[in-house]
Design a protein around this ligand. Structure first.
Ligand SMILES: NC(=O)c1ccc[n+]([C@@H]2O[C@H](COP(=O)([O-])OP(=O)(O)OC[C@H]3O[C@@H](n4cnc5c(N)ncnc54)[C@H](OP(=O)(O)O)[C@@H]3O)[C@@H](O)[C@H]2O)c1
Length: 292
């Protein structure tokens, strides 16, 4: 099976490289959404059986002041890809976000719940979803949340950096979500690739019990201290969102109910606490190798 992954440097793409060494990966040198010329021709020569789109403009706050760049990668890119995949008759697996919801629901979001993004990132990702679902009949959209891994920009790496720089930290405790290990998301995508009979549509996948950013930080520091990745746990204070203003509003309770049809393809359901352990083990090995 010929799998083409769009993107090669991101958190998800790196995990897919580990699990799908035989797949072809297109980084920005192959495809840049700000200049996607000859996409149809290039896809035709690559002749993929499945296309996996991992690219996105993920800087949620920066997107508020760079809406055009966010639109280009999150909405226009998926539109072009959907048109090309549809012409080729190729399955397109596309990744989206919990930020398509407004975070006002008291129950967990299902795939059929109404969307209402509250920031530019969410709005552009929703536009990408709409393009994929209307233009490419053979599509699988996987919505995920709070992705972390041992590379790129994410909450785990930010907390570890801040722990080295500061004695005390304030962390938001009234935004609730489900952290997701990029390795679990990649594993789900591999299983989707192996299941061509999975019905086209939108699926939710995230990593285990819901928590707030403060609880996530506590778990990160506990596990990091055990592996000597930090010297001490900073003094932590739980604060409300109103005391941590950011350019982009965040959904307050954005908890997605996992899709049974997707979870049952996996050996075991994703678990962010175990995923965090894998990430910190990997960082501990990297630290040891650097020291030697
Ligand atoms: N990160 C999260 O917390 C989170 C949460 C929910 C959903 N998601 C979704 O999950 C998917 C994977 O996210 P991720 O965390 O792996 O993202 P990431 O680490 O930020 O990687 C994004 C990738 O997209 C590429 N990219 C960005 N703009 C591009 C452009 N204009 N042209 C070509 N390539 C471009 C980046 O290339 P460069 O490295 O060269 O910039 C990078 O390879 C995305 O669809 C994202 O929206 C992520």
């Amino acid at each position: 099976m010929n799998i083409l992954v769009i993107g090669e440097t991101g958190q998800l793409a790196r995990q897919l490289q580990r699990l799908l060494p035989e797949a072809e990966f297109w980084g920005r040198d192959h495809l840049e959404w700000d200049d996607p010329s000859n996409l149809d021709d290039r896809l035709q020569s690559a002749a993929p059986d499945i296309i996996v789109n991992t690219t996105a403009y993920t800087a949620v706050d920066k997107a508020q002041s760079e809406p055009q760049a966010a639109w280009s990668a999150n909405a226009e890119g998926p539109r072009l890809l959907s048109a090309a995949a549809s012409k080729l008759g190729t399955r397109l697996i596309h990744v989206s976000t919990d930020y398509v919801f407004d975070g006002q629901s008291t129950s967990d979001y299902t795939e059929s719940d109404p969307t209402r993004p509250i920031n530019v990132y969410g709005a552009t990702k929703l536009a990408g979803e709409l393009a994929v679902s209307t233009m490419c009949p053979d599509h699988i959209i996987i919505r995920t949340s709070w992705v972390f891994s041992d590379n790129g920009t994410n909450f785990v790496l930010t907390m570890l950096r801040l722990a080295a720089e500061r004695e005390a930290l304030s962390v938001v405790s009234d935004q609730i979500g489900r952290p997701t290990y990029a390795g679990d998301l990649a594993e789900a995508i591999v299983q989707v690739c192996r299941k061509p009979t999975l019905t086209p549509g939108t699926y939710h996948l995230s990593g285990g019990n819901a928590c707030c950013w403060y609880d996530f930080a506590v778990e990160i520091f506990d596990q990091a201290l055990k592996r000597k990745l930090i010297k001490r746990i900073p003094d932590l204070t739980a604060i409300p969102t109103k005391d941590y203003p950011t350019p982009a509003d965040r959904p307050m309770r954005c908890v997605m109910a996992p899709s049974a049809a997707l979870t049952e393809l996996l050996e075991k359901p994703p678990n962010w606490i175990e995923g965090l352990a894998s990430v910190l083990d990997s960082l501990a090995v990297q630290k040891l190798n650097q020291a030697n």
